[in-house]
Design a protein around this ligand. Structure first.
Ligand code: ADP
Ligand code: MG
Length: 569
């Protein structure tokens, strides 16, 4: 409590936050609270979700409320009903020991009459969504002429949700003499416009990097034909059996379609979109929060304000119209120091959006090959075996049956029993993926290559769609590596080793060709020396790895023949 104690908060407020277990202010609280009390400037706070913004503005606002004055003294605008409820709950908790303070949340999707009654009883602080607030102002129920502080929480989200005009109208109706605080995860153009039009020489406070959390997020894209999107989504889910993620779609229709298909195909998924009633949405969100739902298929609008930690994957079923929306989508993973993966399923046309998005997120995408059937089966099998290993055996309960079971299985060896057991659970996968096609978009790779000067396209060649090595060798060096199928090597392992060993993200990787006991891979010519030196001493599954330029391997059966050739015939 030491630091909070010195911040000019009254004892009753301190008591409230102490009960919440707040020991010291978060960085943004440490910055905002003193400025709030000591200066008169407007404030722009740029910080990610989870940094403690609610208390940063909430505590000083509560401190400044004059309880005897019955008029509305603070107005907090937030993008969603969920956030309004959350913020007002937080404020009520902070002010638990402050008698007579009234915080009233108002938002759409709930009875306006109830809210009108609550407002009429008196509100010192209103927490509102812009649409409902404007409605209540126009009905002359919410009177904001005496407001001293206006907070625009998650301003970027409000703008993304199309509240621009509502915000303008509300801000025009607030008194000139007031203080405005604006919070946003990113400084979008529109956010800057609001700051310029409605704020007085604001102090800008940035906590962490603007897109913090981004550090922990890996951005991946798969390039596929639009018609294969759904199949790719399934593969993503299959190769990540523990996925806990949000699948973003562009429209309600698409959201419904994708969710329906997933449900039909036996996935633990559901849809969240604007056609659902509020109670249906609450129901879905509840299941998702409790993690009884693994995949939430949602539109951007419906997913606003979803504040769930631990999300492992964000899947962009397609890229959003507006590149900045990608930042918001991906920002829902990789929170609170955890890592996360944001995946975009793109077709050739959408791929052109990647460079701009990379600029926004200040990170590069990795283009990866769509997981193939073998990789997925391996992953699922491992998961199954792992579950079997970890299952809790209730000795007492199963004891009475074991005799019969043992007798019945007598004729099978241990190895056979394992095979039967695995097949029982696993045949479905094997069957599905038996002749699974390569879903990587191929035709367009040729076009990519034409555009050599474009640096980005070099990276896209990391796609191993052309894994069998029949593409042009121009500009590539072919390497031999002494590990192959019998070592359970898959292309991703080799890509991983190249990336790990060289620590060079720009390295262009060509075809990867896995043979039984060895493999080949291609890398841009200029990286030849780097590969040779960096692979020195490297290991795969404990085995020493040897890498050599394929053409230069001498001697042996093929004598003078270039070894490479024999693998192309
Ligand atoms: P934001 O609005 O920046 O997303 P919140 O205000 O919702 O963040 O706070 C995120 C979480 O951190 C909440 O669970 C909140 O109770 C907690 N929190 C906020 N400030 C502190 C603090 N000083 N000490 C401990 N926990 C805090
Ligand atoms: Mg918040």
């Amino acid at each position: 409590m030491l630091i909070f104690n010195t911040m000019g908060l009254s004892p009753n407020l301190l008591k409230g936050i102490e009960e919440l277990g707040f020991e010291k202010p978060t960085p943004i609280q440490e910055e905002i609270i003193p400025i709030f009390f000591e200066k008169e400037n407007d404030i722009v706070g740029l910080a990610q979700t989870g940094t403690g913004k609610t208390a940063a503005f909430g505590l000083p606002i509560i401190e400044q409320i004059d309880i005897r004055n019955k008029s509305v003294q603070a107005l907090i605008l937030a993008p969603t009903r969920e956030l309004c409820i959350q913020i007002s709950k937080d404020l009520k908790n902070y002010s638990k020991y402050i008698k007579g303070l009234h915080v009233v949340p108002v938002y759409g999707g709930a009875s306006i009459d109830t809210q009108i009654r609550a407002l009429k009883k008196g509100a010192h602080i209103i927490v509102a969504t812009p649409g409902r607030m404007l409605d209540l102002i126009n009905r002359k129920v919410a009177k904001i002429a005496n407001v001293r502080t206006v907070v625009l929480d998650e301003a970027d989200e409000m703008l993304n949700m199309g509240f621009r005009d509502d915000l303008d109208s509300i801000l025009e109706k607030t008194p000139d003499i007031k203080r405005t605080l604006l919070f946003s995860a990113t400084m979008l153009k529109e956010v800057a416009r609001i700051a310029k039009n409605y704020m007085n020489s604001p102090v800008e406070i940035t906590v962490g990097t603007q897109n913090a959390g981004a550090e922990n997020i890996r951005h991946i894209y798969y390039q596929v034909h639009a018609r294969n999107r759904y199949l790719v989504l399934k593969r993503i889910a299959d190769i990540n059996p523990d996925i806990y993620g949000i699948v973003f779609c562009r429209t309600r229709m698409e959201t419904k379609e994708v969710a329906d298909k997933l449900i039909k195909d036996g996935y633990n998924a559901d849809a969240l979109h604007g056609d659902l009633s509020q109670s249906q949405r609450d129901q879905v969100m509840k299941r998702f929060r409790e993690k009884s739902l693994q995949m939430l298929v949602a539109t951007d609008v419906a997913a606003r304000g979803i504040d769930v930690n631990d999300i492992s994957h964000i899947i962009n079923y397609n890229l959003p119209e507006d590149n900045e929306v990608y930042t918001h989508r991906s920002g829902r993973t990789g929170r609170a120091g955890k890592s996360g993966i944001s995946i975009a399923i793109v077709n050739y046309r959408e791929k052109s959006k990647i460079p701009q998005i990379e600029k926004n997120i200040r990170k590069n995408f990795e283009r990866l090959p769509v997981p193939n059937g073998a990789e997925i089966c391996k992953k699922q099998l491992f998961k199954l075996i792992d579950r079997m290993e970890k299952v809790v055996v209730d000795e007492a309960q199963i004891a009475p049956f074991m005799d019969t079971v043992n007798k019945k299985l007598e004729w099978l060896s241990k190895e056979q029993i394992i095979k039967h057991f695995v097949s029982l659970e696993f045949n479905r996968f094997l069957e599905y993926y038996k002749n699974a096609p390569d879903l990587n978009e191929k035709a367009e790779d040729k076009r990519d290559k034409r555009d050599k000067r474009d640096k980005r396209d070099k990276r896209s060649e990391r796609s191993h769609s052309d894994r069998h090595g029949r593409r042009g060798k121009n500009g590539y060096t072919r390497f031999f590596i002494n590990i192959g199928k019998k070592d359970d090597v898959i292309p991703v392992n080799i890509i991983g080793m190249i990336n790990d060993n060289t620590k060079d993200r720009d390295i262009n990787i060509g075809a990867i060709d896995i043979k039984d006991s060895f493999s080949f891979f291609e890398v841009g010519e200029k990286y030849t020396a780097k590969i040779l030196t960096s692979f020195h001493d490297s290991k795969f599954k404990g085995r020493r790895v040897r890498v050599d330029v394929a053409e230069e391997i001498k001697g042996g059966r093929n004598k003078g023949k270039r070894r490479k050739k024999s693998f192309y015939s």
